[in-house]
Write a protein that binds this ligand. Structure first.
Ligand code: SF4
Ligand code: SF4
Ligand code: SF4
Length: 333
């Protein structure tokens, strides 16, 4: 009895191990692939022409979207002539949005000014959409880093829609056979040595294609520029290789760039970057996000749980074997 009581007391006083810290559960962040490509969007160069929106629709065979204000454009009810998507959707994979404050008089001014921002898939280094997809329909290319969607493998669960911190993948709820849609960086065009549609048509170089490391270098150069400096802005492909060389232009820097390069650090980094003179929170991009992707923690916890299940699984397997053997012995008797 004494021994039993002592054992019970010992069991009661056993210190229960504290749950591991969240950091201890995190798996290491994933770096960008060696040949990562993306876009650099410079809001100060953007004139809001939306040629990139139209080109995106054109090369990806997406139908126009007409807002209610444009239904009777030019006094032609039922015959709208103005395609003006205002948000990403299953029909619009790239959109230009406007920021306006006060009088809206000055371009690239946060006070009494206006500015533009381009919204599309950022092709994250460690994408949540890929991490949550249960059937690997959303994948990240190990070389180019392009995040793309395979509709043949997709089961329509929409986890990717919920998981994306930037609200990018969209599902077409109006279509009985709706699919997930998002920018795939025109990978079909890149395979033909053609530029993504948006970078191809952008007249000012506000949307520039290139290797992600070269784009980041260019973004750092721009954010170090001061108003009054005269500098060169390339167009098309920053290296002049994809889509053929094309001339850029010299331009006076008019507005002071923010030092923040959007996508350099957000959620472990993204292959599409943005620079701007207006702070990114005013342009409605999420700025209060961690510097490591959410999958570092969610996958770290999953792997820890699975690893913790190995011991019980071995014990259970052993017990099952013993039970089977004993039953067999008993039957043979
Ligand atoms: S922006 Fe969203 S959809 Fe695009 S790669 Fe990142 S998590 Fe995926
Ligand atoms: S909707 Fe399709 S792509 Fe998105 S998580 Fe589900 S299976 Fe994957
Ligand atoms: S084509 Fe270029 S300048 Fe025109 S809206 Fe798009 S990013 Fe801006």
């Amino acid at each position: 009895m004494k021994g039993t009581a002592a054992a019970t007391a010992a069991a009661c006083t056993t210190v229960v191990a504290a749950p591991p810290e969240a950091n201890a559960l995190q798996r290491p962040p994933k770096p960008l692939p060696p040949e990562a490509v993306g876009l650099l969007y410079d809001s100060t160069l953007c004139i809001g022409c939306k040629a990139c929106v139209t080109a995106c629709k054109d090369v990806n065979h997406m139908p126009p979207e007409v807002g209610p204000e444009q239904q009777a454009w030019n006094g032609a009810p039922g015959n709208p002539t103005w395609d003006t998507p205002v948000e990403l959707s299953a029909k619009t994979l790239n959109v230009i949005k406007a920021y306006v404050h006060g009088t809206g008089a000055t371009k690239d001014a946060a006070e009494n000014g206006f500015a533009f921002i381009k919204r599309q898939c950022l092709h994250c280094a460690d994408p949540s959409c890929v991490s949550v997809c249960p059937v690997s329909a959303m994948t990240k290319d190990p070389q180019s880093g392009i995040v793309s969607h395979n509709p043949d493998a997709c089961i329509g669960c929409r986890y990717c829609v919920l998981s994306c911190p930037f609200g990018v993948p969209k599902y077409d709820y109006n279509d009985a056979f709706g699919e997930i849609k998002k920018c795939q960086l025109c990978k079909q065009r890149l395979a033909q040595n053609e530029l993504p549609g948006c970078a191809d048509v952008c007249p000012t170089g506000a949307t520039l294609f290139g290797r992600s490391d070269e784009l980041l270098k260019e973004a750092k150069r721009r954010t170090a520029l001061k108003p009054g400096e005269y500098t060169h802005f390339p167009r098309g492909d920053i290296a002049g290789k994809v889509g053929g060389a094309r001339s850029g232009h010299e331009k006076l820097v008019e507005a002071a760039y923010q030092t923040h390069i959007y996508g350099e650090k957000e959620l472990g980094g993204t292959q599409c970057l943005a620079v701007s003179a207006v702070p990114f929170d005013k342009l409605n991009l999420p700025t209060k996000v961690p510097e490591t992707g959410y999958p570092t923690l969610s996958e770290g916890i999953q792997h820890t749980l699975y690893a913790g299940m190995i011991g019980p699984a071995v014990v259970f397997g052993g017990l099952a074997y013993l039970a089977h053997r004993n039953t067999k012995d008993h039957t043979e008797e």
